[in-house]
Write a protein that binds this ligand. Structure first.
Ligand SMILES: C[S@@+](CC[C@H](N)C(=O)[O-])C[C@H]1O[C@@H](n2cnc3c(N)ncnc32)[C@H](O)[C@@H]1O
Length: 222
């Protein structure tokens, strides 16, 4: 299955759903997505004054969770959807949110102790370019946390039915969520992803499964 992920299409899709993004995320995941993000972020040893970039930050949940785990960390969120960023900025006041395309980050080399990315890479047409950028901006020894859907198992399949259905009922338009289901289907499973990360120079540190592997986090080291 081929799926167009042109930056224009992806930006416009997220600008379009931004206003209801948090509501739909909470509904579709039954509130679990924040718990999963929290448990994932807690696996990182974020210290006071660690520099953290949350790439593809969307409405800012991961950045917010990291700041709550380590209030003295220096956290930046970046995204290229203006509307998602507007919501992040309105909700969260102790994180810097900036407009930036993750395939061309504006940061200097060896800048961050941690880069996190939750449910972002799946929406990117050229993931290798983005992974190279993340590697570049991480300090040597820095860590990349990648969280997304995992194995294509039964629970994952339930989501494929539930998401467009809830979107039609509560959002009034199921097409962005049909894209989401398609993007999951063509996205590599965690073990394949780890190989892709390793090809970009990262070393595997650990992984953790949630919901029987339907969601998975991988921690890679520079
Ligand atoms: C599914 S949302 C995830 C948002 C957030 N991380 C979360 O977990 O809720 C994907 C986000 O990636 C952003 N995105 C996709 N491609 C991007 C790119 N090339 N540069 C920056 N942001 C991008 C979208 O604008 C969107 O906000």
């Amino acid at each position: 299955m081929t799926l167009s992920k042109s930056p224009e299409k992806i930006r416009s899709l997220f600008n379009g759903i931004a206003e209801k993004y948090d509501f739909m995320n909470n509904l579709i995941s039954l509130g679990l997505h924040r718990k999963i993000k929290k448990i994932s972020a807690e696996t990182l040893d974020i210290k006071p004054h660690s520099k953290v970039l949350d790439a593809c930050c969307g409405t800012g949940d991961m950045a917010d969770i990291i700041k709550k785990i380590q209030p003295l960390a220096d956290v930046t969120g970046c995204d290229f959807s203006e509307k998602m960023l507007e919501i992040a900025k309105a909700k969260i006041h102790n994180v810097k949110f900036i407009y930036s395309d993750v395939s061309n980050l504006e940061f200097s080399d060896n800048n961050f102790d941690f880069v996190t990315m939750a449910f972002g890479l799946r929406n990117i047409a050229n993931p290798e370019k983005v992974l190279n950028e993340i590697y570049r901006v991480l300090k040597p020894g820095g860590e990349f946390l990648h969280l997304d859907f995992g194995r294509k198992n039964l629970l994952n399949g339930i989501f494929d039915i539930e998401a467009p259905l809830f979107a039609k009922m509560f959002y009034g338009n199921k097409s962005p969520y049909e894209y989401l289901v398609k993007s999951k289907r063509v996205f590599p499973e965690p073990d394949e992803l780890i190989e892709d990360f390793e090809k970009c120079g990262f070393k595997f540190k650990k992984k953790k499964d949630f919901l029987c592997g339907a969601i998975s986090v991988q921690i890679m080291k520079k």
